[in-house]
Design a protein around this ligand. Structure first.
Ligand code: ADP
Ligand code: MG
Length: 333
């Protein structure tokens, strides 16, 4: 293992849902650490075009954030849609919205990208606090992904007070865009990590860790040997606060507007598409182990569910690639 990469993994581990351990061989390599999409991001590329490509990716991710996905960025398409209650969109955003809509539908509404009004009440990234039932009910009256009607060029809102929030899919969608931009570049391998979503490029096999929520920064509970895929983790320990001795985290049940309480601490999804891995990690967390595993299977994805009590459930296709490294956890299926 190479020293720089270990250092990178250690630096990033504080904020990543997954920790990277990279078995590199000596060759031209470029690294970047940057802040975008409200999280610490990092990348390592190897191959002839690595330095040039590594320079471009941070700006590309930031452009997607401020131009398309972030409803907090006043000039983004998402912000514009929310201001106008619908309107024209780029082909790129239309595609992301339609893929998200399909996952919302197939997950029985567990993924809902119109939860913006509810997330605003919780204000996880600002001054978090528990909203009143009356506030939640009022905000829930304006949620529901079926209120959005999509075409390839526009989005119509049934309810102009609905608030599009792409927090659950933006990082994954950005990974897909990064991969597309890197096509044709002379690269051997690479890792691009945007918070809890990671893209692995090339034929090289990487070791990716699932963070131990009870451990210190950088501690893993399990590792997976993976190549050429996207991996996303949604964890209840990623963003949370405590009020009156109760813990509240940022993965919300669209039916109630409350943080999901089903005994899970994290769900990790391995998929070909970043958007699918990101969206499903949230949706499968909401659905819980049984329904979540069926949902992952419906999209041809693998999944790891980690419960508060240390039980780990892993889908069949991933089992041989996963090693539980912390004795407090055990595979139960
Ligand atoms: P992270 O942002 O830590 O990667 P997720 O991908 O699970 O985590 O996305 C969580 C974010 O998505 C929340 O901060 C919120 O903005 C939004 N969100 C929370 N619950 C849902 C849900 N059930 N459906 C869609 N979006 C959600
Ligand atoms: Mg997600």
């Amino acid at each position: 293992m190479r020293k720089g990469l270990i250092a990178l993994a250690a630096a990033a581990a504080a904020v990543l849902a997954a920790v990277l351990i990279y078995d590199g061989v000596a060759e031209k390599e470029a690294q970047q650490t940057f802040f975008a999409m409200d999280t610490v991001c990092s990348l390592t590329l190897t191959g002839r075009d690595a330095p040039a490509a590594a320079e471009e990716i941070p700006a590309q991710v930031t452009a997607l954030e401020t131009g398309l996905f972030s409803r907090q960025a006043a000039g983004s398409e998402a912000a514009q849609l929310n201001r106008d209650g619908g309107g024209a969109v780029s082909a790129q955003l239309a595609q992301v919205l339609s893929a998200t809509w399909e996952i919302s539908e197939k997950s029985g509404g567990a993924l809902d990208c119109t939860l913006g009004g509810v997330s605003d009440l919780w204000d996880f990234t600002g001054d978090p606090h528990v909203p009143s039932q009356a506030q939640l009910q009022a905000a829930l009256a304006h949620t529901g992904y079926r209120k959005l009607h999509l075409s390839e060029t526009a989005v119509a809102y049934d309810d102009p007070a609905a608030v599009l929030d792409l927090g659950a899919v933006g990082k994954g969608a950005a990974l897909d865009a990064v991969r597309e931009a890197l096509q044709g570049r002379r690269l051997r391998a690479g890792i691009v990590s945007l918070g809890g979503s990671i893209l692995l490029l090339g034929r090289r096999t990487f070791t990716v860790g699932i963070k131990d929520p009870a451990g210190n920064e950088g501690d893993c509970l399990a590792t997976m040997r993976l190549s050429d895929c996207c991996i996303s983790t949604s964890g209840s320990y990623e963003r949370f606060f405590e009020e009156n001795g109760e813990r509240y985290h940022h993965i919300l049940d669209p039916a109630t507007g409350l943080p999901v309480r089903n005994g899970l601490v994290s769900v990790t999804i391995v998929a070909q598409s970043g958007l699918v891995s990101d969206a499903l990690s949230t949706a499968c967390f909401v659905r819980g182990v049984e329904d979540g595993a069926a949902l992952a299977a419906a999209f041809g994805c693998e999944a790891v569910f980690v419960a508060e009590n240390g039980d780990v459930t892993v889908t069949d296709g991933l089992r041989a690639k996963l090693t539980v490294t912390n004795p407090d956890y055990r595979i139960v299926n």
